[in-house]
Design a binder for this molecule. Structure first.
Ligand code: UD1
Ligand code: CA
Length: 483
């Protein structure tokens, strides 16, 4: 329950602080650690999403430092608060930097920006446990099969929640290597207890940093209650310090996404080969074949099949659609019953109508294709609007770019554009008209007309025999064959 402070200001009950200022030296990357991605989203975005289910964004504070502006920009739309730690002197120092912003909350929950698989339910469990135990500090722990590299929990008494200290890997004494219970880097603190002793942290470690983990021993020695709660989900609470660990977390997250979709009625063959981002939605009775990538905010409708080696990014696909193998589709929508590929490409801004057929080696960009359009083979359709049931022949190209500007091609409904035609934009081809094969169309074509824009064919009877005769050695003027 919140209580009034001396100044009359209401004290909030809980703030969430996310440590995200570190450089991530072990990643050996120029990108800030918390902007590395798993499941198609930055590490920090996952942590914020889980925290935002527990407290309001205004009560979430990310500690940023390394690449601060980049990190801030990447998650600014979440509405959370930011605290700067301009030089990074360790996790204890990070919390020292954040304290002025959160001292008005009774408790703070500390999350790590590099533990992205944290679940809302786990955060809620820690928060409940902390309140029930009335502890000054509560540590979230797990017992993975290999605890190497993590801080270990030294319990006072087995079976009791009370903790004596957290010992970092470098400080382990002989015998302590066998301690399997590790610190996840996620804690709850009573703010007053933390504030009273946070200044006493020392840099007596090989990295000369201030370790937040030392607070366990410090508070304990001051007679404050320090407890730990061990949860089952060891894999979900692992941190990512190296690229290999990031890739392992990515795979765990994608497996979880595939399992969730299959539980909801989606068939995914060889799910371990598919790359499906966390926010992707797929309806029941859809089928995803091996080696498919569904990225970003892609949505796939019921009874649709996405065949192998297709990559869909931010696409909305309707029902009963077939995406044949090797299609690359981005930022586009495809209505029900469409039949796409194999080897089709959609660049951003395509609106593909119901029952449209896009065949092999057809590239479409920023174009609207009304229901029933067919473009079966080798075409480029850019900045075009194509009316219902129009047929686009093989090799048709909209020449949409004049070297400076892009122009639109408008094709009406029921039009037949013969193969290998070039439609030089801006140009309009009205309803029901025909364009003869091999035409270069530079002028508008009225409704119902036939437009042919090519050189007339010349046919010379007997020409071939005459040529062959010449090749046999007849020189001009001579009449006989060679001796
Ligand atoms: C930390 C814990 C370790 C625990 C492990 C769990 C310490 C000293 N050790 O180790 O007990 O088992 O997490 O994953 O805390 N950060 C800052 N500012 C800094 C330093 C770090 O914001 O000055 C941030 C990092 O960006 C990161 C988090 O704090 O998100 C943890 O830091 P990291 O260096 O990864 O700690 P670990 O060595 O993993
Ligand atoms: Ca870490």
């Amino acid at each position: 329950m919140s209580r009034k402070q001396a100044g009359g200001e209401q004290k909030g009950k809980l703030a969430v602080v996310i440590m995200a200022a570190g450089k991530g030296t072990r990643l050996k990357s120029k990108r800030p650690k918390v902007l590395h991605q798993v499941g198609g989203r930055p590490l920090l975005s996952h942590v914020i999403a889980a925290a935002a289910q527990v407290v309001a964004p205004a009560d979430i504070f990310a500690i940023i430092g390394h690449g601060a502006e980049q990190v801030r920009a990447a998650v600014a739309d979440t509405g959370i608060q930011f605290v700067e730690q301009t030089e990074q002197h360790g996790t204890g120092h990070a919390i020292q930097c954040a304290l002025p912003s959160v001292r008005n909350y009774e408790n703070i929950l500390v999350l790590s920006g590099d533990v992205p698989l944290i679940q809302t339910a786990t955060i809620e469990h820690l928060w409940r446990f902390h309140q029930n135990e009335a502890a000054a500090m509560t540590i979230l722990t797990v017992a993975p099969s290999d605890p190497t590299g993590y801080g270990r929990i030294v319990r006072r008494d087995l079976g009791l929640p009370d903790v004596e200290a957290i010992v970092e890997q470098v400080h382990l004494k002989p015998g302590q290597e066998s301690l399997r219970e590790i610190n996840t880097g996620i804690y709850a603190f009573q703010t007053a207890a933390l504030e009273a002793h946070l200044g006493t942290l020392k840099t007596d470690n090989p990295h000369r940093e201030l370790y937040l983990t030392d607070m366990a021993g410090i508070l304990c020695r001051q007679g404050a209650r320090v407890v730990a709660t061990q949860v089952e989900d060891a894999i979900g609470l692992l941190g990512a310090n190296t690229i290999a660990e990031l890739v392992a977390l990515d795979s765990i997250m994608r497996q979880a996404t595939a399992q969730r979709l299959m539980a909801a009625g989606v068939t995914i063959y060889r799910p371990e080969t598919c790359v499906i981002d966390a926010e992707v939605e797929v309806a029941a009775d859809a089928t995803i074949e091996p080696f498919v990538q569904l990225l970003g905010k892609t949505r796939v409708g019921a009874d649709t099949t996405v065949r192998s080696y297709s990559v869909l990014e931010n696409c909305t696909v309707g029902e009963r659609v077939v995406i044949r193998p090797h299609c690359v589709l981005a930022d586009s929508s495809i209505a029900d019953d469409a039949d796409i590929g194999p080897f089709a490409r959609m660049r951003p801004g395509c609106e593909i109508g119901q029952g449209v057929h896009i065949g092999n080696f057809v590239e479409v960009k920023k174009s609207k294709l009304h229901p029933g359009v067919k473009a079966g083979h080798h075409a480029y359709l850019g900045d075009a609007e194509i009316g219902a049931k129009t047929n686009i022949g093989a090799g048709v190209i909209t020449a949409n770019y004049d070297g400076i500007q892009k122009h639109k091609t408008r094709i009406g409904s029921g039009v037949f554009v013969g193969s290998d035609s070039i439609l030089v934009a801006p140009v309009t081809i009205e309803d029901g008209s025909y364009v003869g094969a091999g035409s270069c169309i530079t002028k508008n074509v009225p409704a119902g007309a036939l437009a042919v824009g090519r050189a007339r064919q010349i046919t010379k009877e007997g020409w071939a025999a005459a040529r062959r005769a010449r090749q046999k050695g007849e020189t001009p003027g001579s009449s006989g064959t060679k001796q």
